[in-house]
Write a protein that binds this ligand. Structure first.
Ligand code: HEM
Length: 427
């Protein structure tokens, strides 16, 4: 099972290249957009226009629902916080993809209350503490990280974005779902393709989506026959309590949709954020030394990286009724883009917000979202990065950027940012 984990497989290079991933999705932005997002926030808390329009970037619409609609963007902490929390005025139905028919594809991410709460209540026990601290970490993350870091011990140099950051989440999630070995990469490949509405044909995306469904349906059948200790078994055994109080098990279709969402939401985000965390530490040597000396700072380092550069700095909502936000009138049917990247650097909330500073006083950020849809897997992500950073520092106390390689930079789309590469010297 560990062979695929450490394999020198080109499929990792194909799947885990932030720049290529964005090019493939048709939304590549090379430049660091933080200064421009900050400038927009200073201009006004809420503005007419999609974020990309306001930033003078080529239009790329990831939500089919947004086509032909008016766009608005919120920038300040206050405005973004209100938009995330007020699900009656700002609906998550924007995530729905009508091109796929009326069928749901993104499970709870595209639901509104009270339906969302019912499904989330049923999923939540598999993701919240203490389960994340014990089940996910002890059953999967520790062993995966240990294998990967041990494998690096024979090397003097490494590219951590590919050799560590990419591999921990994909194998954690696929094993947690109940998949083994090569299936992890086949599944990841198919799921990335199935959700790429950029450069691949509709037929290719549909074929990939069918592969995803088939693999999940096979797995569900296996777990029905022989329950295991995994997320699919958990979903098979879960009881959904509907708003009217009736209770029932999930249908096979509901299990497929929610398992697919967990895979999609948890595969790429943690990889990119893990890389951003390492980059932050490796380029702020004084803070890296502080973390080495006091490992209780690892969690602060992770949290500060999600505030400073969240991998995905913008999420959308559908305006459900004629309303206003920070004095700007928003018509029903418009799209509101919540620029949490700008809100996370709002000087009204943080002093010196553009600096990466893990010593700043703890203060909630928006990198995992806010309100009812706040990231379900955030503690899994935190655990993956926590175990990974600690293992690296234990094994390689002299860890530093490789001066003979190009310096890492933040790249990808405005919608999914991550590191170009993280070349390091291990000794
Ligand atoms: C550092 C890594 C991660 C970041 C930055 C992140 C970020 C986010 C954000 C901002 C949202 C809110 C979306 C919205 O309000 O529309 C979200 C939702 C979600 N995330 Fe994550 N995520 C990460 C890792 C994960 C992982 C590892 C998993 C699964 C194991 C996961 C599963 C989910 C799910 C299922 C939702 C939907 C929750 C709902 O709609 O109630 N995420 N994530």
């Amino acid at each position: 099972m560990n062979t695929v984990l450490i394999a020198d497989d080109t499929i990792y290079e194909e799947l885990y290249d932030v720049r290529r991933e964005a090019e493939h999705a048709g939304n590549l932005v090379e430049e660091d957009m933080n200064p421009a997002m900050n400038a927009l926030r200073e201009r006004a808390p809420v503005q007419k226009g999609f974020l990309r329009e306001l930033l003078n970037l080529p239009f790329h619409q990831r939500h089919v629902m947004a086509v032909g609609r008016q766009g608005y963007t919120s920038f300040t902490w206050e405005a973004c916080n209100t938009a995330f929390r007020d699900h009656e005025r700002f609906s998550s139905r924007i995530m729905h993809h009508p091109a796929a028919g009326e069928e749901q594809r993104l499970g709870i991410l595209e639901m509104d209350e009270p339906q969302h709460r019912c499904y989330r209540n049923m999923l939540q026990p598999m993701f919240i503490r203490p389960k994340t601290l014990t089940w996910w970490r002890d059953r999967f993350i520790n062993e995966i990280v240990d294998t990967l870091v041990s494998n690096l011990k024979s090397q003097d140099r490494a590219e951590l974005n590919l050799q560590l950051c990419a591999r921990v989440p994909v194998h954690t999630i696929t094993r947690a779902i109940g998949m083994q070995g090569d299936d992890a990469l086949v599944f990841r490949h198919a799921i990335v393709k199935s959700s790429a509405h950029g450069r691949i044909s509709v037929e290719e995306a549909r074929a990939a989506s069918e592969t995803v469904d088939r693999m999940l349906i096979d797995l569900i059948a296996k777990r029905r026959a022989a329950p295991g200790d995994d997320v699919i078994t958990g979903l098979l055994q879960a009881e959904l309590e509907l708003p009217d109080g009736t209770k029932r098990p999930l249908t096979e279709r509901e299990i497929v949709i929610n398992a697919r969402l967990v895979m999609l939401a948890g595969g790429g985000t943690s990889w990119r954020q893990f890389g951003i965390t390492l980059w932050a530490l490796l380029t702020h040597r004084d803070q890296l030394e502080a973390v080495k000396a006091d490992r209780s700072l690892v969690d602060k380092a992770i949290e500060e990286s999600v505030r400073w550069n969240p991998t995905d700095p913008v999420f959308s909502r559908l305006v459900a009724e004629d309303t206003e936000l920070e004095g700007v009138a928003l018509p029903a049917g418009a799209v509101l883009e919540i620029c949490l990247g700008a809100a996370n650097r709002d000087p009204a909330r943080w002093s010196n917000p553009d600096a990466y500073d893990l010593h700043r006083p703890p203060q909630g950020h928006m990198g995992f979202g806010m309100g009812a849809h706040q990231c379900l897997g955030m503690n899994v992500a935190r655990s993956e990065i926590h175990v990974g950073v600690n293992a690296l520092l234990d094994a390689f106390p002299n860890l530093r950027l490789d001066p003979d390689q190009p310096a890492p930079y933040l790249t990808g789309g405005l919608e999914q940012r991550g590191m170009s590469a993280i070349p390091v010297l291990l000794r």
